[in-house]
Design a protein. Structure first.
Length: 396
């Protein structure tokens, strides 16, 4: 079980030692791991600052900004306003690609532009791109982006926010999701009218890669257990391969407890006794479902940050992939998830002072209870909530 007394700031996992543990060479690395415990508002950088060699010109980092669909433009503006107020040394390279218009020539060009920008800058902050359910024949831009850039590890941190009461207490778990295969392979077709075949791809190589990432993450963050989520009782070959690979990798980490759980049971256990979980690793589809369940445990999609890590590129985005089309343009969106995802990005860059000021202001505003958006039981607009954060930052 995760140690609730650690008070890890949920937007700041320690991935600083992962390059060495994963056996990946990215250039110059730090020579000593920090050993001080995490406090509520200070923490390690998300990753070693030169791990992905982000672009820096004139003392500023260039970051690809993809606002996304739905409420993306509104919450992105909140992030830009807060970063500007704190003089964060970042230049935004904004690409207004949309998943809604998938298929036309202009949207495809913007998608290619976003890929080129991320390859160039190595770093992105992204809202969610909508994938219409009724549209067939076109792959989700979210999925295509992760596959093309090999952003293979999704990290979603599910943790209670101090001062914001929810039904479940002491929730502190991490969902690590394989991002590039599984049911999201995009390989499906209608063999004859009324009959569809959809391929689920599971490989040993990618299962081993995500398993090593999960155990290394657990080791780096003083977490005690990794739970493999699967459906190997039915999908004996595909999920059986994933489960067996995770168990095999777990043998290399004797200080970390390893267990596994069928996804049906895991879903029930998450809503009945979530405190039993620490780090959970799973294939793509299950990660999407459990991330949303986890968000519901701690207050909803508006407050859960996340990131996606690859060998060359890191993209930070809300952990619960909720577009918010129903409140688009109504000034009701909760910007916390993207703000704290931005805070994770700042730690990734080694800009801990900026990250600490911003995240502390967010937590303080929530704890005070005077300014909360509608999804958190308040009446504040997006602009009003952003203003409250800015005012709190001025008091620090």
């Amino acid at each position: 079980m995760a140690n609730g007394s650690d008070h890890r700031p949920f937007e700041a996992p320690n991935l600083q030692t992962l390059p060495q543990q994963l056996g990946v060479r990215y250039g110059r690395m730090t020579t000593a791991a920090r050993t001080h415990r995490l406090t509520q508002y200070t923490a390690y950088a998300t990753v070693n600052s030169d791990m992905f060699k982000p672009t820096k010109f004139g003392g500023k980092y260039t970051v690809t900004l993809i606002p996304g669909d739905g409420i993306g433009a509104e919450v992105s503006e909140a992030v830009k306003t807060i970063f500007k107020a704190d003089n964060v040394p970042i230049e935004w390279e904004q690409v207004d690609v949309s998943g809604v218009e998938t298929g036309d020539k202009h949207s495809e060009e913007l998608f290619r532009e976003s890929i080129a920008s991320l390859k160039r800058n190595k770093l992105g902050l992204k809202g969610i791109l909508h994938t219409p359910v009724e549209r067939s024949g076109h792959q989700s831009f979210n999925v295509a982006l992760r596959q093309e850039l090999d952003i293979y590890a999704s990290i979603v941190l599910i943790k209670n926010i101090p001062g914001y009461e929810t039904r479940h207490k002491n929730v502190d778990l991490c969902i690590i999701r394989e991002n590039t295969e599984g049911e999201y392979s995009g390989l499906e077709h209608q063999s004859v009218p009324g009959v569809v075949e959809s391929l689920k791809i599971i490989t040993r190589a990618k299962s081993e890669r995500i398993a090593k990432f999960a155990f290394s993450f657990a080791l780096a963050n003083n977490r005690r257990k990794v739970t493999c989520i699967h459906k190997a009782n039915i999908m004996k070959l595909a999920d059986g391969l994933f489960r067996n690979t995770v168990k095999k990798v777990g043998e290399e980490y004797p200080t970390i407890e390893t267990n596994d759980m069928i996804v049906d049971n895991a879903s029930m256990q998450c809503v009945s006794r979530p405190q039993q979980f620490d780090v959970m690793v799973m294939p793509n589809l299950y990660g999407g479902i459990l991330s949303n369940i986890g968000a519901g445990l701690v207050g909803g999609p508006g407050i859960v940050p996340g990131c996606n890590m690859g060998r060359e590129v890191a993209v930070f985005e809300p952990g619960c992939r909720h577009v918010g089309l129903d409140i688009k343009g109504k000034d009701q969106a909760n910007p916390i998830a993207l703000i704290l995802s931005g805070s994770m990005m700042l730690r990734h860059l080694g800009l801990d002072d900026h990250a600490n000021r911003i995240s502390k202001a967010v937590y303080d505003v929530i704890a005070a209870g005077k300014s909360r958006t509608r999804d958190m039981g308040g009446s504040a607009t997006t602009h009003e909530f952003t203003r409250a954060i800015l005012d709190q930052m001025e008091k620090q």
